[in-house]
Ligand binder design. Structure first.
Ligand code: SAM
Length: 205
């Protein structure tokens, strides 16, 4: 008999310590890729989902979904699971995400190749992009290129959302050209405390 699929985070009443264990194991193996020792808490995940407008048509791309706390927050925000495209590098997390979010499109690959990976998967302009990538491990021009690649795949003015544990924006404003960046208050309830930055390309009339 097949073992039951692990419960999606949205269905759990208590934190799943197996997710914490998965994170720690991956952090020991590849600290620069995982970028955190534990999954995002509920308050941070909710803040990450907040800039996404569920009424705006199109798919929503999540990059670096890990075990899925932000994915669950996007669904709780009203984004239908079938509209989600989840792009994750880690094959173990990919397997878990496919079990937890069977109606989402789950891609395994490197988000910095988003243009190639999205080809044939996206049905039109994205309604938004939500990223948990450990961006600070990459040089600033590489981060800015990822931002622009994502903007090119999205509706004009659609948000690119990214969290950081740092004080400064994870993609510095000097590198984002005409785009604008707004930062949330620090989310003290997350461990470690984090801020969410929302980037948008300005829409010219
Ligand atoms: C800090 S964790 C965040 C996971 C989850 N979103 C959360 O908030 O708990 C970063 C995630 O990004 C993934 N990741 C790192 N580099 C990546 C890349 N280049 N392409 C796709 N995923 C990547 C890691 O495997 C990990 O799942």
């Amino acid at each position: 008999m097949n073992s039951p699929a692990p419960l999606a985070p949205r269905l759990k009443k208590k934190p799943d310590f197996r997710d914490e264990a998965r994170f720690i194991k991956n952090w020991i193996d590849k600290p620069l890729i995982i970028g955190a020792v534990s999954p995002s808490g509920k308050a941070l995940a909710k803040m990450m989902a907040a800039p996404i407008d569920p009424e705006l048509p199109g798919q929503v791309l999540e990059i670096g979904p890990g075990t899925g706390p932000v994915t669950a927050a996007l669904i709780a925000r009203g984004v239908d699971e079938a509209r989600l495209v989840l792009l994750e590098f880690n094959p173990d997390f990919v397997t878990l995400l496919r079990q937890r979010f069977p109606r989402a499109t789950v891609l395994q690959g490197d988000a910095y190749d988003v243009r190639g990976l999205a080809e044939g998967v996206l049905t039109g302009p994205l309604a938004g992009i939500v990223s948990s990538l450990p961006l600070l491990t990459k040089p600033v021009p590489r981060r800015a290129r990822l931002l622009n690649d994502c903007f090119d795949l999205a509706h004009p003015g659609a948000p690119f959302v990214q969290f950081t544990y740092m004080v400064q924006p994870p993609i510095p404003v000097f590198a984002i050209g005409e785009a604008v960046a707004t930062g949330s208050p620090r989310i003290w309830r997350n461990v470690p405390p984090a801020r969410v930055w929302t980037y948008r390309r300005q829409v010219t009339a």
